[in-house]
Unconditional design. Structure first.
Length: 303
């Protein structure tokens, strides 16, 4: 029986990235590896769930954060703890690949596969959870309320990958200007009442293909990080975006960064929400967010 399953999203990434992955598989010639292409996130979730039930040791996600999102949901359908579930690993092949970046996964498919199958570094990955108007949804890298969710919605419709897609989407959102949103709720027991341009929650350091909105986030520290931007003008948004490379936005007078375990808020007007780049709601009135600690073992590069 195969000891590892590589779940490939054939629509993720570019034709060049798919050719590189095929070449890496030919060169590796790993007898204990089975490769499965899945046509949708739902199919990826089902494949991961079945792999967990069948006792597969390692499930490797070949795609972006949306692909990882579905696979993690499938793995968490099985077992009560990380010890009862397969190990998770990545071959970055999507638009953003943000969680893989936070875990130190190489971008090169051959190196990523060798790490997944032959590496010995491991961490216990946290997973975010959100209750969104009665629906329970998981997220593995980021949850965005407001501006970045609008950007994710526009980026999905563009025939581009990575930073280019998100940059063009940002321009479209700036032109449309549908912020602010007023959030009222509680952040780890303290009251929260703020008009925001965005409230971005990170399990990983970056979102949107490399934007370090939560640069201090650690995917295995038992906490979620947040970046809250107060109401900003278009010029203010552009100013923040210019400071994002290298995480230089920390210390901005209208940005607030921190960590939490529980967050809940009502939103007026209803705000767009994304989870791992997938649009969860075009306009949600309320949500509750928490963290599932040490939900999965994940392969990392310790060198």
């Amino acid at each position: 029986m195969a000891r590892a399953l590589l779940i490939v999203n054939p629509s993720a990434g570019t034709s060049r990235s798919r050719r590189r992955l095929a070449r890496a598989l030919r060169e590796l010639q790993e007898p204990g590896l089975r490769v499965l292409e899945t046509p949708s996130a739902a199919a990826g979730r089902e494949a991961a769930r079945k792999a967990a039930e069948d006792g597969i040791e390692t499930v490797i996600a070949a795609g972006g954060d949306g692909t990882v999102h579905g696979i993690v949901a499938g793995l968490l359908d099985v077992g009560a703890s990380c010890a009862e579930r397969p190990r998770l690993a990545f071959v970055p092949a999507g638009r953003g690949n943000d969680l893989a970046r936070s875990c130190g996964t190489p971008r090169d498919p051959a190196r990523a596969l060798r790490l997944a199958l032959r590496g010995d570094g491991e961490r216990l990955l946290d997973v975010g959870e959100v209750i969104l108007e009665g629906r329970h949804v998981l997220f593995v890298n980021a949850l965005g309320i407001g501006f970045d969710a609008s950007v994710a919605r526009h980026a999905q419709a563009l025939p581009l990958a990575g930073f280019g897609a998100y940059f063009l989407a940002i321009l479209r959102v700036l032109v449309g200007r549908d912020w602010p949103w007023h959030l009222v709720g509680r952040l780890d027991g303290s009251s929260f009442d703020q008009s925001v341009t965005l409230f971005s929650i990170g399990n990983g350091r970056t979102t949107g293909g490399g934007f370090p909105l939560t640069p201090s986030a650690v995917p295995w520290d038992g906490l979620l990080d947040y970046c809250c931007a107060e109401e900003l003008s278009r010029a203010g948004v552009i100013g923040v975006l210019r400071r994002l490379p290298g995480g230089r936005h920390d210390g901005h007078p209208r940005l607030h960064l921190g960590t939490f375990e529980r967050f809940e808020a009502d939103m007026d007007p209803p705000a767009p929400i994304h989870g791992d780049g997938e649009i969860l709601s075009a306009g949600a009135k309320s949500l509750k967010v928490g963290v599932l600690r040490a939900a999965l073992r994940v392969r990392v590069d310790t060198k």
